[in-house]
Design a protein around this ligand. Structure first.
Ligand code: GDP
Ligand code: MG
Length: 170
């Protein structure tokens, strides 16, 4: 059995999608082993998203590639732009209450990421949570100077699961 950390972001909570998300995870055989609703503190939000150079570089690169595809060039280097996106992300998750949970099950992370879909709701397949409940995209969010609103966060490796679980649960 494996675990995965999930955070239903402010838009997901505000839109009343907590039950819908939990239902989809449970239907796929994942078990909720911890869950709490809270308003994040700045310190918690800061721990949630890494600030190492590699993570910022990847975040910046992903955004620049998306903007390049529509013929827009971001002048900042990857790390500088990554820092900007990280700040938008912090503002987003701090804006109103969130629901944190840990799911347990066979291949929990792979299964949860499949159910959630990719970062861009506009590109996510129908049937995934982001595909069904978000039409936002990196391009639109970047043009607006805010984070891509995509209902929830899912941890992406074992270390992330462990670190992020520790922020919310004993
Ligand atoms: P995820 O694993 O699919 O959630 O994506 P990441 O871990 O790469 O990014 C974390 C979150 O930051 C995403 O879920 C989005 O809310 C937001 N985000 C990521 N990349 C961008 C970007 O390039 N531009 C904007 N505006 N938001 C982004
Ligand atoms: Mg991620």
């Amino acid at each position: 059995m494996a675990k995965v950390f999930i955070l239903i972001k402010p838009d997901g909570v505000k839109r009343g999608l907590v039950g819908e998300c939990v239902n989809r995870f449970e239907n796929a055989g994942l078990k909720v082993v911890a869950m709490r609703m809270l308003k994040l503190s700045e310190a918690m939000a800061d721990k949630l998203y890494p600030s190492d150079k590699q993570w910022l570089e990847n975040l910046g690169m992903k955004a620049k590639e998306s903007m390049n595809k529509i013929g827009k060039d971001i002048k900042d280097d990857n790390v500088s732009h990554g820092k900007k996106v990280r700040q938008w992300l912090m503002d987003y998750v701090l804006s109103s209450p969130v629901v944190a949970m840990v799911l347990d099950g066979n291949d929990a992370m792979t299964v949860a990421r499949k159910l959630v879909g990719p970062t861009d709701g506009a590109a996510a397949s129908a049937g995934t949570i982001r595909g069904d409940f978000s039409s936002d995209s990196i391009v639109t969010a970047t043009s607006d100077g805010r984070a891509n609103m995509n209902v929830l966060h899912v941890s992406s490796d074992e270390k992330e699961t462990e670190n992020q679980t520790k922020i919310f649960f004993d």
